[in-house]
Design a protein around this ligand. Structure first.
Ligand code: SF4
Ligand code: SF4
Length: 282
C-alpha cells in the first residue's frame, strides 16, 4: 500500500513538472530545468549559507528559466543595441519568474523567484563581486548545461548566451539529469578576447581563475557610457546551436561600427568605444 502511494506521488510529481514546463515556455522561456535543493549539498560548490534550503527551509525544488541572447545584437558589443537587449532579457526574466511563481501559488504551492541579478549598482560588485544566489549553479543542477572556463553556464542550445532566473518552490518535482560531460572545450577564445585579461588558466582545472574586480571595474565604465554590459567572453564562445544558425560572424564590420556610433555617450570614432573596449571587437 505504501509502495503504491509512493508510485502515485512520483507520477503526480512528473505530471506537475510537465505542467510547469509548459507554462514556463508559454511565458517565454527558451529553456527550463528542474533541480532538487539537495543538489546544493551533494555537489558542495558553494558554502552552506548559499543553499536555498538554508535560507528558505521549506524549499524543495528550484526551477531555472533561461532566455537567449540574440547573437546579431550581442556581436555589436559594446553598444546600446546590446545594452537594450540585456535590459529586455531582464524584463522577460522578471515577468516570467513572477508569473510562474504565481502559477505555482494558484496550484497550492509556496513559490517565489530569486531575482536574476540582485545588486544595487555595479560599483557594489567592484567591492564585493559575489551574488547572493548563483543562477549558474542552479542551471547546472537543473541539467541545463555545464560551467565553462569563463564561469558561465554553457548550454547546448545557446552556449553561454543565456540569461537565467530561478523560481524556488516547496513542490517536490523530479529533477532533470545533470549533464556530466563538460560542454566547454577549453578553446580559450574567451580568455584571449577579454578586454581586461580577467582570466588565468589553471592547469589542473577547466574553470579559470577570474579577476571579477577587473571585470566589474570595466563594467562601471561601460555603464557610464550606456553600453553596459560587456559580453565579449560569451560572444566569442563557439559552443551552441545558435552559432550554427547565425554563423560565426552575423554582423558586418561596418555594421558593428554603425551600431557603436549611435546612442552611447562616447561613440565609435570619438575615441570612446575604442578606448573602452581597447579595440573594436569584430
Ligand atoms: S564580461 Fe568582458 S570584461 Fe568581463 S570577463 Fe567577460 S570579456 Fe572579460
Ligand atoms: S570560449 Fe572556449 S574556453 Fe571559453 S567558455 Fe567557450 S568553449 Fe570554454
Amino acid at each position: 500500500m505504501e509502495y503504491i502511494k509512493e508510485v502515485d506521488k512520483v507520477k503526480e510529481g512528473y505530471k506537475l513538472k510537465e505542467k510547469i514546463r509548459k507554462e514556463a515556455i508559454k511565458l517565454g522561456a527558451n529553456i527550463v530545468g528542474f533541480a532538487d535543493v539537495k543538489s546544493w549539498e551533494e555537489f558542495e560548490n558553494t558554502s552552506e549559507s548559499y543553499y536555498p534550503q538554508n535560507i528558505w527551509p521549506w524549499s524543495k525544488s528550484v526551477i531555472v528559466l533561461g532566455v537567449q541572447i540574440y547573437l546579431p545584437m550581442l556581436e555589436t558589443t559594446p553598444s546600446v543595441v546590446y545594452s537594450e537587449l540585456y535590459d529586455t532579457t531582464n524584463r522577460m526574466l522578471d515577468e516570467m519568474s513572477y508569473r510562474l511563481a504565481n502559477y505555482l501559488n494558484r496550484l497550492g504551492h509556496k513559490a517565489f523567484f530569486f531575482p536574476r541579478d540582485c545588486y544595487g549598482d555595479i560599483s557594489v560588485l567592484v567591492k564585493k563581486p559575489e551574488a547572493a544566489f548563483s543562477h549558474v549553479l542552479a542551471g547546472k543542477y537543473a541539467g541545463l548545461g555545464t560551467i565553462g572556463y569563463n564561469h558561465t553556464l554553457i548550454t547546448k542550445e545557446y552556449g553561454p548566451r543565456v540569461r537565467l532566473v530561478s523560481v524556488i518552490t516547496d513542490a517536490e518535482l523530479p529533477p532533470d539529469e545533470v549533464i556530466e560531460k563538460d560542454l566547454c572545450i577549453k578553446c580559450l577564445c574567451c580568455k584571449n578576447s577579454c578586454p581586461t585579461s580577467a582570466f588565468t588558466t589553471k592547469e589542473d582545472a577547466l574553470i579559470a581563475d577570474m579577476d571579477k574586480v577587473k571585470c566589474a571595474e570595466y563594467h562601471e565604465k561601460l555603464r557610464n557610457n550606456y553600453t553596459y554590459p560587456c559580453g565579449v567572453c560569451i560572444k566569442v564562445c563557439p559552443i551552441g546551436e545558435d552559432k550554427k544558425l547565425y554563423g560565426t560572424s552575423s554582423v558586418s564590420k561596418e555594421g558593428i561600427i554603425h551600431c557603436q556610433s549611435h546612442g552611447a555617450k562616447e561613440q565609435f570614432g570619438s575615441g570612446g568605444v575604442e578606448a573602452l573596449s581597447l579595440e573594436v571587437r569584430v
